[in-house]
Ligand binder design. Structure first.
Ligand SMILES: C[S@@+](CC[C@H](N)C(=O)[O-])C[C@H]1O[C@@H](n2cnc3c(N)ncnc32)[C@H](O)[C@@H]1O
Length: 256
């Protein structure tokens, strides 16, 4: 990883760690605060990336946090931020769980912006493993931008066109080619690879993965742009065409 990319990763992770309003995780953080008390809990942050959320859990609750990610560059950044801020109650591990399955027991497993990046057959294997490491009353908290979301392409910070995933393929390919640049990551190391790695996640797809385990959905929130208005905060807008305004889906599943 180049020094410039390392610095970019450190700044990004530190902002996600320290800034409650950091853009793409703002709603995740507000919802976790509203729904969960993590004091005294064992937590896994699966697909922890550069560790911003992992460190945020560790700093805000008296809990023990285990961050797991397949990408060594992401784990390198996460460990540097952990050292810089002397966060003791967190550890980070680079692990490909298909080769070395997960172990331990956890009260909460978080997958923030992870499930849309993993091929569905591998995601199924991961959920079967997560089911085994979940404590009896444990819960898995999942967040992702559904494929119809204006920002699901993960390209909006450079190609500033909402829903650009629905442009004609040749137009989108041209835009990606023109704007392509390296990003922090061993596996997905530029924008093209990151876009091609997306599985076009929907509620139906993740529900199918969950249905193949013994886990049951205990909570769902579809966060839509209209929910920013206080009086409409809790109304799900899941019908066409309003479903295209949903920016993030949140699911919680447990053993019953
Ligand atoms: C968009 S990032 C999200 C990172 C972090 N959860 C956050 O919210 O900032 C997706 C992460 O999933 C990780 N990932 C993808 N496939 C994985 C796998 N099979 N096992 C573990 N992590 C994986 C990627 O390396 C990447 O760090």
């Amino acid at each position: 990883m180049t020094d410039a990319l390392l610095l970019e990763g450190l700044n990004y992770a530190e902002q996600n760690f320290l800034d409650e309003n950091a853009d793409h995780l703002k709603v995740d953080k507000a919802l976790v605060r509203k729904l969960l008390d993590l004091d005294g809990k064992r937590i896994m942050d699966f697909g922890c990336g550069m560790g911003g959320m992992t460190l945020w859990y560790a700093k805000n609750w008296d809990c023990e946090v285990h961050g797991v990610d397949i990408d060594g560059h992401h784990i390198q950044v996460a460990n540097q931020i952990k050292e810089k801020h002397k966060v003791e109650n967190v550890n980070f591990v680079k692990q490909n769980v298909i080769e070395k399955p997960l172990g331990g027991k956890f009260d909460y497993v978080f997958l923030n912006d992870v499930v849309e990046h993993i091929p569905l057959d591998i995601l199924q294997n991961i959920f079967l493993q997560l089911e085994k490491v979940l404590a009896p009353d444990g819960k898995i908290f999942v967040s992702y931008p559904p494929w119809k979301s204006p920002y699901a392409s993960h390209l909006n910070h450079v190609i500033k066109i909402p829903w650009c995933q629905f442009l004609p393929k040749s137009t989108l390919d041209g835009l990606i080619e023109k704007n392509n640049h390296p990003i922090v990551g061993e596996l997905e190391s530029d924008l093209r690879e990151a876009y091609d790695g997306l599985n076009h996640m929907t509620h139906e797809k993740i529900s199918k993965v969950i249905a193949n385990t013994s886990l049951k959905q205990v909570y769902r929130k579809s966060h839509c742009i209209i929910n920013r208005m206080p009086l409409l905060e809790n109304i799900p807008f899941r019908i066409f065409p309003l479903n295209y305004l949903i920016t993030k889906e949140f699911l919680m599943v447990g053993k019953g």
